[in-house]
Design a protein around this ligand. Structure first.
Ligand SMILES: Nc1ncnc2c1ncn2[C@@H]1O[C@H](COP(=O)(O)OP(=O)(O)OP(=O)(O)O)[C@@H](O)[C@H]1O
Length: 305
């Protein structure tokens, strides 16, 4: 735990206006008349340049909450509450602007949502293969994406693809364009998925267990990259993970979820240093460092925190 406390960061920007605000989000899945409650009223704000961690045990509703933000829930899901995007590119609403209420994503028509999804709000998953097509080269996946969304010509799209691969530190980007996803390691595939997610300069990135499938030293590199991208692009990141070691390495704010509700939310140093809720304390006690392993501190050290 000492390592966790030693990595505290100042929290001066925590009050900056949100670019995405979730208020009282509820999700039920099943028959419309009697859906099973999965998420029971969560609220959180995503702020430019900040990483908001969503922690909690398996089945607590973390993934369902992030899929709700993207409008990617199954057809038998019933969604309530509000998810507003304050994004000048999407609707002219500035973060925190009082004159405009932001764009309400719940209930938005599919075509309008498709314009926001992937362009303004992007997502990466635990298994990068799920966002990469196995039979298309990395180059065509990256260039198709930017050509469709940004209306770039062939040459400009290729230049953009190379620039993105360089940014996420995929070695030999020009050569990488001609290769297929299976020709890369798991860590490199996740970097490529991040490059595709960033292709249209989104304002929000949802990262669902982005390092869970990777071994610990590779995890650190991906976490470091997410931290740098949040800082340099002022990207608002929602980091979903059940792994508090990962959370303590890079999150600025943390919300702890249990049974579909957020039981505690606060700056990372408060959650790790002075948890208020018994369930948060329970989760912290199950951290490997509390049991003698050094995994979280390895991640923290290599992730640059
Ligand atoms: N399509 C679905 N139909 C029915 N129930 C679902 C569906 N998707 C998720 N659920 C249920 O919703 C609950 C929350 O699932 P969710 O995947 O959000 O949990 P999680 O916190 O992300 O867990 P994990 O860390 O294991 O991914 C679980 O009980 C799950 O079984």
């Amino acid at each position: 735990m000492t390592d966790v406390l030693n990595t505290m960061v100042p929290d001066a920007e925590a009050t900056a206006p949100a670019v995405l605000s979730v208020q009282g989000l509820t999700v039920g899945i099943g028959p419309r008349k009697a859906p099973k409650p999965i998420v029971t009223g969560i609220s959180l704000d995503l702020v430019p340049g900040r990483i908001h961690g969503l922690a909690g045990e398996s089945g607590s509703g973390k993934t369902v909450s992030s899929l709700a933000i993207l409008g990617l829930l199954p057809a038998n899901a019933t969604v309530g509450g509000s998810i507003r995007l304050f994004d000048a590119d999407a609707n002219g609403a500035e973060p925190g602007g009082t004159e405009l209420a932001g764009t309400e994503l719940i209930g938005m028509r599919r075509r309008a949502l498709n314009r926001i999804r992937g362009r303004r709000i992007a997502m990466i998953f635990q298994d990068p293969s799920s966002s990469l097509h196995p039979q298309l080269t990395v180059g065509s996946q990256l260039t198709d994406h930017v050509r469709t969304h940004l209306k770039l010509g062939r040459e400009a799209a290729r230049d953009r693809a190379i620039e993105l691969l360089m940014r996420v530190r995929v070695p030999n980007p020009v050569e990488a364009l001609g290769r297929y996803p299976h020709q890369f390691s798991g860590g490199q595939r996740q970097r490529i998925a991040i490059a595709i997610a960033l292709a249209c300069d989104p304002v929000v990135l949802l990262a669902d267990e982005p390092t869970t499938a990777l071994d610990v030293t590779v995890q650190a590199g991906i976490l470091h990259l997410l931290r740098d991208l949040a800082d340099e692009r002022q990207l608002a990141v929602l980091l979903v993970t059940h792994d508090l070691g990962v959370m303590s390495a890079i999150a600025d704010e943390v919300s702890v979820m249990r049974h579909g509700a957020i039981v505690e939310t606060g700056p990372r140093e408060q959650i790790f240093g002075a948890p208020q809720h018994a369930y948060t304390r329970e989760l912290l006690e199950s951290l490997p460092s509390a049991q003698g392993s050094d995994t979280p501190s390895v991640i923290q050290k290599e992730a640059g925190r």
